[in-house]
Design a protein around this ligand. Structure first.
Ligand code: GDP
Ligand code: MG
Length: 220
């Protein structure tokens, strides 16, 4: 499939402590395999297309490094994202305890429309689990997040995590409408917030309109 054949593109970020499985989740989703990874340095990204209501949604995921020294780089990517995977390791309580710091970071530096999925990873290690489902769900409820338990190792719920987040964004932003009817100003705002209409839509935008070389005004 051509990489540009999609109706909508959503930018996601993935955040959380180092070692919780962010890179493995991303690789499981994009390559459908489990690859024990090297530590992420800076930012990496991958993409995959999912289908929601017959629309092809290309998810472009920016995988950030958890180390403090890279946080300032990572923050630069928050603003242009519409979806966030906030990941912790259910076998490591410290990664759960740090969730609030991550969430505050995302809310402070991200755009106000960002929708976050709390991801409790490593569900294959049931005997080592220290953070219960009830605790995870309570945190998610309190902070208005979606919640899912995954295993990058077994693959359990990995695709579902991305798909459910995409579905939530799709309905929250009312994107089931006719995409050719979205006014230009709204398109620009969507784009600044991590949602791009695919190339098919671009062909339908005012074919006779003169192309402008002036830079668009920021509407934020
Ligand atoms: P990141 O720093 O958040 O990107 O974490 P990584 O994806 O690099 O994973 C950190 C370590 O956890 C690696 O040794 C992975 O092999 C391991 N890991 C990641 N996901 C899982 C999982 O679902 N189950 C198990 N058992 N190990 C995992
Ligand atoms: Mg990583």
């Amino acid at each position: 499939m051509a990489s540009n054949s999609y109706d909508l593109l959503f930018k996601f970020i993935s955040v959380g402590d180092s070692g919780v499985g962010k890179s493995c989740i991303l690789l499981r989703f994009t390559n459908r395999e489990y690859i024990p990874t090297e530590t992420t340095i800076g930012i990496e990204f991958g993409s995959q297309v999912v289908t929601v209501e017959d629309r092809k949604l290309k998810l472009q995921i920016w995988d950030t490094a958890g180390q403090e020294s890279f946080r300032s780089i990572s923050r630069a990517y928050y603003r242009g994202a519409i979806g966030c995977l906030l990941v912790y390791d259910m076998t490591r309580r410290d990664s759960f305890n740090h969730l609030l710091t991550w969430l505050e970071d995302v809310r402070q530096h991200g755009n106000e429309d960002i929708i976050t999925m709390l991801v409790a990873n490593k569900s294959d290690l049931a005997s080592k689990r220290v953070v219960s489902r009830a605790e995870g769900e309570a945190f998610a409820k309190k902070h208005n997040l979606l919640y899912i338990e995954t295993s990058a190792k077994s693959g359990e719920n990995v695709e579902e995590a991305f798909l459910e987040l995409a579905q939530e964004i799709y309905s929250a932003l009312n994107l089931s409408q006719d995409l050719t009817q979205i006014p230009e100003a709204d398109l620009r705002r969507l784009e600044q917030h991590g949602v791009k209409i695919g190339p098919k839509r671009t062909l339908n935008i005012n074919p006779n309109a003169p192309s402008s070389t002036s830079s668009p005004q920021c509407e934020c």
